[in-house]
Design a protein around this ligand. Structure first.
Ligand code: PFF
Length: 453
């Protein structure tokens, strides 16, 4: 029975399969779309600096915590907390993760849908000829406010995600990502080099990399911290779920380190494309709205010989990167219903995939598609509540759970298996028990002033 269940949940063939899946979950729209946009809206380089600190000291801490809980219990988030502390309220963290997963999946898929739209647009030659920021911004506004298109693309992304999860064909996807992700990486490096050699690139670069400390604020910290959790897929149990398939001989510390490093590298490179190109098109660094990336990439493609092909390749790979993340978002609730409620995998995938679609409709129509949702801007509300706050709260409780309820000592025993030395043990223990929880609590206490200010 147990073996069968494990099979239904899908098991990693090797450590490298896990690394690929976890990196695939981490790398996605969060790096290429959300990171540059959030950096643009929060003062540029100051944000980048706080972000890097947040990844190193807090993100890494939480990632190792989730991996440890996951591997120790070999369960989905709800099952995991219940296994360590049976019949206690701790399992509420797991339930919160499931709700957060559906919440993020709903609006994340809207943006992933835009990427499909842009693949189609690029393919049909919408960006041929002289491309300026004005043109791309008009194209984006027209596109994102067309209710029919955005809803169809939303449905397509969620349809593909549901199919992959329900058929358990993730293995096939992983085989592909092994090839496609390195291509995406090379393409991003190439585009960054081109962007850096554009006229006025220096101005964009200085906004992005030269901190202006007068722009430092609580809001910068909140969004940097939130972005770190979002980008690393932390705070809702994704990494608990993925870690639950790891074997006792795997080194959790190096796994967490690798995923955090690769993820941060891609985000930083995306910024190296966006900000120089923004400056090239005559715009300041802080104009970033939700369409920033969709408005900027076509400009850089128009500056490259063969840019048409590069454009198609880029949006196709962006869709793949987004899919490996939507898969992980759907996997968390599905793993719960399969493990804890004995639902067939297919039923769980279809029910939750459809739910994500309906929940996503208001977000999809928040950009002019429907006046009511546009006025409230449901999309941004979802992004703040689920993408920032819920992940931070989740990460807080995961640390408190590990540090105090389960006990850091027991967790360290788990980490020893696969890493008998675990040299950064004192630092990590300090961060799990004090640094990370305190940082999150301070941010949450001031959240009202931060968000409204
Ligand atoms: N980390 C993904 C990205 O950066 O695109 C988004 C994400 C996936 C967030 C899974 C949370 C999660 F659990």
């Amino acid at each position: 029975m147990d073996g069968q269940e494990q099979k239904e949940r899908g098991i990693w063939g090797s450590k490298i399969a896990f690394i690929l899946a976890a990196t695939g979950s981490a790398i996605g729209l969060g790096n290429i779309w959300r990171f540059p946009t959030t950096a643009s809206q929060n003062g540029g380089a100051v944000f980048v600096l706080v972000y890097i600190l947040a990844v190193v000291f807090i993100g890494f801490t939480v990632m190792l915590a989730e991996l440890t809980i996951g591997r120790h219990t070999q369960k989905n988030p709800v099952g995991a907390f219940n296994y360590i502390k049976p019949s206690s309220p701790w399992k509420l963290i797991g339930y919160m993760g499931i709700i957060t997963g559906v919440g993020i999946l709903s609006y994340y898929s809207v943006v992933a849908g835009w990427a499909i739209g842009y693949l189609v647009k690029t393919g049909s030659g919408a960006f041929k000829g002289e491309i300026t920021g004005q043109i791309t911004s008009r194209i984006f506004t027209e596109f994102s406010s067309d209710p029919l298109q955005v809803l169809i693309y939303l449905m397509v992304i969620l349809g593909i995600t549901t199919y992959i999860i329900s058929r358990g064909v993730r293995k096939g996807i992983e085989r592909w990502t092994k090839v496609l992700m390195p291509i995406l990486f090379l393409l991003i490096i190439f585009l960054a080099i081109r962007a850096l050699t554009l006229p006025h690139a220096g101005e964009g670069l200085s906004f992005y990399l030269k901190p202006d400390f007068s722009k430092f604020s609580g809001k910068v910290v909140l969004f940097a911290l939130g972005q770190a959790f979002f980008s690393l897929s932390l705070g809702m149990g994704t990494i608990i779920t993925y870690g639950s398939y790891l074997s006792k001989s795997d080194n959790l510390v190096t796994s967490a380190g690798w995923v955090s490093f690769a993820d941060t590298l891609i985000a930083l490179l995306a910024g190296l494309i966006i900000f120089p190109t923004l400056a090239f098109s005559g715009q300041p660094g802080d104009v970033g709205g939700v369409g920033l990336v969709f408005e900027i990439f076509p400009i850089i493609f128009s500056q490259i010989p063969g840019g048409y092909i590069f454009g198609i390749l880029f949006f196709a790979l962006l869709i793949v990167a987004a899919l490996t993340s939507t898969i992980s978002l759907l996997e968390v609730p599905v793993a719960y219903f399969v493990d804890e409620r004995n639902w067939p995998r297919q039923k769980a995938a279809i029910v939750i995939g459809s739910l994500a679609f309906f929940v996503g409709v208001p977000s999809a129509l928040s950009w002019g598609g429907m006046e009511f949702f546009t006025k409230i801007n449901v999309f941004s509300i979802f992004d703040t509540i689920f993408g920032n706050i819920a992940l931070a709260v989740g990460a807080l409780f995961i640390c408190l759970f590990l540090g105090y309820a389960w006990g850091a000592k027991k967790a360290i025993q788990e980490i020893f298996s696969g890493n008998p030395r675990f040299r950064i043990r004192p630092l990590w223990t300090f961060s799990v028990k004090f640094l990370t929880p305190i940082a999150i609590i301070i941010i949450l206490i001031f959240i009202k002033t931060i968000v409204s200010g």
